[in-house]
Design a protein around this ligand. Sequence first.
Ligand code: SF4
Length: 448
Amino acid sequence: MKIILINPPIYDFSAYDVWLKPLGILYLSNILKNYNFEVFLLDCLDRNYFEELPAKQDGTGKFPSKIIPKPEILKNIPINYRRYGIDENKIKNFLFNHQDANYVVITSSMTYWYQAIKEIVDFVKQILPKSKIFLGGNYPILLPLHAEKTFADKVDLIFKRSFFYELLEYLNIENIKKYNYFKNFPSPDYSYYKKVYYIVTRFSYGCFYNCDYCASKSITAKYENKEINKFIEEIKFLSFSTGSKNIVFYDDALFNHKNIDLIKKLFKEISKLDLKLKFYTPNGINPKFIDRELAILMKELNFLDPRLSLETISDLTHSKVDKKITLKEFEYGLENLLYAGYKPQEISVYILAGLSTETVEDVYNSINYISRYNLRIRLCELSIVPKTKLFYKLGLDESIDPLLYNNSIFLFNGIPGKIPAWCSYDEFVKLKDYVRELNSKKKMVEHV
Ligand code: SF4
């Protein structure tokens, strides 16, 4: 049986390869290979699919892109809409070379990227009319009714509860119950990539918090981690087999109140490997768990560009929307990182703009406060994630087109007829320019 796994391109106002890999289907690939399926993968966001595109030292870089027409509902947005990823002909060529595939499994990520899935589905139906097409990933889990309405007549099955489990069940695979547990996942399969600038993997899934704006709980109900020895073997294997030294933790909450001793043990074991690896986390880490010992271990491990989750300096806002940190707790973790030898400009802080409990002025206050430490600001524009507490508090439902949830537009566009804009377009641009200007004044550190 032959299975093709596809990660679609992106249609958006902006996108950048900040360690974007379709980790779910990379795990799935090795699971299916273990059951003797013939598996092929097409990652439409692979920057080196045909030619090597430049990358920064941390492996991040630009996707190839082109301007495309805006969907009707976005026609008044004053920003270009683009298609990011490998071009259509390369996708078609890949499919022509695999016309004997029995199944095509398409994954998905952001709900507001669903239109790129249509492109893939149309190509597959045209070139592989006899293959069964399955749709999985975050989009149908978070918006099952919308996915059903949009794709039910185009694909054979939509996995709306659990991507892996439903697929493996359909394929009649024995012993699938073990894949209900993350500890039993194999390592992700990077064998399809000609050049690997970075390795994305996870030590854990899930989070103990349930912040208003995050869907972690809806996607993974419980926190789970891999065994340390198994994870160390995974890192060793992936680094040797790909030649990459950049390891990216995709964990939702790498540090939490239950796992700090375990994380310290993990970092100590990785340090012993002496592989000269570099570590990153695109998802912010909670600074309140960074004591002196952990900060020193992070420094020794070569944990670069620590990205601290703060979102706002207002304890009042935290008490309303996430209850995950206070300003004092943030300062505690920061002090420990500085004590361990990190320079301020090596540390960045996530600030969230767009919460209804805050004004534009509040966001400037947070930015200015953090900036006094000479830290780098990473401004996150709020996007609406279905099945979050925020989604329900705002009275949203699946009848609304998720294209409107895009973080590039939500702040100044709102949801027309339902939720007013949080700020004007000019204020939005000014805020982003302000952060860019502040960051450019800080001497950024290049990591060799
Ligand atoms: S935002 Fe972070 S801390 Fe909050 S629920 Fe999501 S993963 Fe957990």
